[in-house]
Write a protein that binds this ligand. Structure first.
Ligand code: HEM
Length: 415
């Protein structure tokens, strides 16, 4: 039986944090193996990359998610007791709640609300004014998703709630003060969300069944409602990642700027061109570097031995850039999505597999729809200048972003 190749050195946490997106693929190439062993936060960790590894991690007989995410991410990004850490029946049942809320019709409604907001904001921009796209997109998405979810926010709270929801994903991986700010933001948000769930439970149900109502009245596989804390975590599981789509929107603007040919194509092209462009932004640009799971029972894969309880990371960014799966993997090429829809184990910006069954993100339709609205708006309805600025990508931050957050000047609506 071959040994799993091992990193040298006591611990690789700093190396991971210095280059989280390329850590696994670079070392996997060095070891010439789709799996290698390292230590992260002093814990033995098996790192996996590629489509076969993505397929493997979706096998519920071999992996579980309970206790797979680091505590510091549970206390900030995910929250505790949410769908991310469930397995088996409990997971499938809770996941159906998300799939039921995120239907194509509901996603369409969310996308339409966002378009109205983009236009509302753009009408307030003055000649000569500079705006920071990432910050604007965060705020627009925060207002939009809260309205859509049935949890509208008062005007005076918009900035605070936007910052708090963004802090959950912007500072989740941070060390020191920013991490504590993210924990504080989570406490504030969970309290607000729990109060909303409580008042929703006390009120008569409406025929529309808002996402908030669906969560408030959800019953688990044993017919039990969620406790208030868990319900608040699940409501935030809709709001936080929707605000995070602002990261992809910012990368979409960067791609339009760097590839004028794509911009011209979108200005004159059809809806399919927008779809291909959005998919390529999700493949090409970094967001989550990896997902984690734990080995459920001892097993062999490709001759390598996986021991029960071992922590495993699957490389999302590296798999999306794997040259064995993607032609010219490191070129931005939207047309690659014209001819084929890639397998759910090759194209994994939001996780692998089937979202109904596996932990794959239930919000891909939301990300695509909100990005499409923003790209259509930027390409076809807005004129703007992109002044001199530092657009280099912050590869050592999670999530990475263009350093300037994409500044636009003299933006005005044209249609
Ligand atoms: C910004 C774009 C987004 C990215 C990059 C993203 C990425 C991810 C990733 C990598 C996972 C883990 C998949 C796995 O473990 O296999 C995930 C799970 C999840 N995402 Fe997203 N997501 C995004 C947007 C959304 C949206 C818009 C929503 C909801 C409106 C959402 C809700 C969730 C939930 C509830 C889970 C947990 C699913 C489960 O454990 O079964 N995400 N997402």
């Amino acid at each position: 039986m071959p040994n799993i190749p091992r990193d040298t050195g006591l611990d690789s946490t700093w190396a991971f944090l210095r280059d989280p997106y390329r850590f696994i693929s670079t070392r996997s190439k060095f070891h010439q193996s789709p799996v290698f062993q390292t230590r992260l936060i002093l814990q033995k960790t098996l790192c996996l990359t590629g489509a076969e590894a993505a397929r493997l991690i979706c096998d519920p007989d071999r992996f579980v998610r309970q206790n797979a995410a680091p505590k510091r991410l549970q206390k900030t990004l995910f929250g505790q007791d949410g769908v991310q850490g469930l397995d088996g029946d409990a997971h499938r049942h809770r996941k159906a709640l998300f799939m039921g809320v995120l239907t194509p019709a509901n996603v369409q409604e969310l996308a339409e609300l966002s378009e109205v907001r983009w236009r509302e904001y753009a009408r307030t921009w003055r000649p000569g004014e500079s705006i920071v796209l990432y910050e604007i997109a965060r705020e627009i998405l925060c207002r939009t998703v809260c309205d859509w979810a049935g949890a509208p926010i008062a005007e005076r709270d918009v900035q605070q709630w936007t910052q708090d929801l963004a802090a959950l994903y912007e500072h989740a991986g941070a060390i020191g003060l920013q991490h504590w700010q993210a924990r504080k933001a989570r406490r504030r948000l969970e309290q607000w969300a729990a109060e909303l769930v409580e008042s929703t439970r006390a009120a008569p149900p409406t025929p529309e069944q808002s996402p908030l109502e669906r969560i408030a009245h959800y019953k688990d596989q044993h017919g039990q409602p969620l406790d208030l804390h868990t319900a608040s975590v699940e409501l935030l599981n809709l709001l936080r990642p929707t605000v995070a789509v602002s990261v992809f929107i910012t990368f979409a603007a960067l791609a339009l700027h760097k590839h004028p040919f794509c911009l011209r194509n979108l200005q004159s092209g059809d809806e399919r061109d927008i779809g291909c462009f959005v998919q390529e932004v999700r493949r090409f640009y970094p967001f989550f570097p990896a997902i984690s799971a734990r080995v459920k029972e001892d097993f062999l894969w490709e001759g390598f031995s996986f021991g029960r309880g071992t922590l495993v990371l699957l490389d999302l960014y590296g798999t999306n850039h794997d040259s064995q799966l993607w032609e010219e993997a490191d070129r931005f090429k939207p047309e690659r999505f014209r001819s084929n829809s890639p397998s759910p184990y090759c194209f994994i910006p939001q996780g692998p597999g089937d979202p109904h069954v596996n932990h794959r993100c239930p919000g891909e339709g939301v990300a695509v729809a909100l990005m499409s609205v923003a790209v259509r708006f930027l390409a076809r309805s807005l004129q703007y200048e992109v002044p001199e600025q530092d657009l280099s990508i912050t590869w050592d931050r999670l999530p990475a972003l263009p350093r300037s957050h994409f500044v636009m000047r003299n933006a005005r609506i044209t249609m």
